[in-house]
Ligand binder design. Structure first.
Ligand code: AMP
Length: 305
């Protein structure tokens, strides 16, 4: 296994101005793994679901060649359930329901086939769980990428700092970066955060693209201006999945590669929002991904003065 991903596999119920879904497959882990699966077929997912989780949803992941041996099924418990409602502008949402259920006492189990992985993506979960995964790996992966959120920045700062220290790439949004650094200027916030351990910091700015910081350099990636955004759920996770999937494929790590990885993330996020839930991430192919890469290149290429 080259890439190991840890993250929630869940039921989501989503409401946007375009419509409403019942419980469909969601979870940060699902989005990350599906997005990454277009760049590598050597990837495994560590998570936990309840006995209520349909086999067809696990099959949907398997169809993308994602190894699901790391998804524990707790027969007598219920799966994690999240429900959100987007506002008219599609940039902000209210979380309506968060039922942790199986996630409450999640003890990540690492299948032996996952040992030795060079790439690790720690999706947004408690820093305690993220640390446990790291401790459970016999060999430190070459690249460790981490996602987190304001809930953990405020609620679990000590363990969060422990895991950030061990991380190579931190992927967070602008609000989280400001909160983590206690600094409003993103550029200043980035240098404060980079002193905490990571080699690179990626700051997601939603429909305004993303910034990459590291090695004293900054790279700015646009977001694709889309006519219609149907459902932004999982955009951040698809971004992370595209990035880490691309780095796994290249099996390397440098500022130049990170720039392309950020575009790979932006490409996958731009696809994700075009349909409800994970649907779009199950129907892509290499040709469409390459075409969208080209869109990103032409969107931001210009001549010298
Ligand atoms: P995003 O839109 O990138 O913030 O990710 C949304 C996904 O995160 C949904 O599919 C949810 O199931 C999942 N999610 C929401 N809250 C949590 C949480 N507290 N822990 C783990 N996953 C979560």
């Amino acid at each position: 296994m080259r890439l190991v991903i840890v993250g929630s596999v869940a039921f989501d119920a989503i409401e946007t101005p375009f419509g409403k879904t019942d419980k469909i497959i969601g979870g940060a882990g699902s989005y990350i793994a599906l997005a990454a699966s277009y760049f590598t077929d050597s990837l495994g997912l560590i998570s936990v679901v309840g006995g209520d989780f349909p086999e067809e949803y696990i099959q949907l992941l398997k169809n993308r060649k994602i190894n699901t041996d790391g998804i524990e099924i707790r027969k007598n418990e219920k799966s994690f359930f999240w429900s959100g409602k987007y506002h008219e502008d599609m940039n902000t949402r209210d979380t309506l329901i968060t039922e942790l259920n199986v996630l409450e006492n999640f003890e990540p189990k690492i299948p032996s086939a996952y040992q030795g992985a060079d790439f690790l993506m720690l999706g947004n979960l408690s820093p305690e769980v993220q640390l446990k995964v790291l401790e459970g790996l016999e060999k430190r992966p070459k690249i460790i990428a981490l996602d987190t959120m304001n809930f953990w920045i405020n609620g679990s700062p000590e363990n969060l700092h422990k895991i950030i220290k061990k991380t190579d790439i931190l992927i967070i949004n602008d609000e989280e970066a400001r909160m983590l650094a206690n600094e409003n200027s993103l550029v200043k916030a980035a240098s404060i955060i980079l002193k905490k351990g990571p080699k690179y910091l990626v700051v997601k700015k939603g429909e305004h693209g993303a910034l990459l910081f590291g090695e004293g350099k900054i790279f700015s990636a646009p977001a694709l201006p889309l006519e219609t955004v149907f459902d932004p759920t999982g955009a951040g996770d698809s971004f992370a999945g595209g990035m880490i999937g691309y780095l796994t494929q290249k099996n390397s790590f440098s500022f130049e590669l990170m720039k392309t990885a950020v575009i790979a993330g932006s490409v996958m996020a731009s696809f994700d929002v075009e349909k409800f839930g994970t649907e779009k991430l199950t129907e892509l192919n290499e040709k469409r991904i390459h075409e969208r890469f080209d869109n990103f290149i032409s969107l931001s290429q210009f001549n010298k003065l």
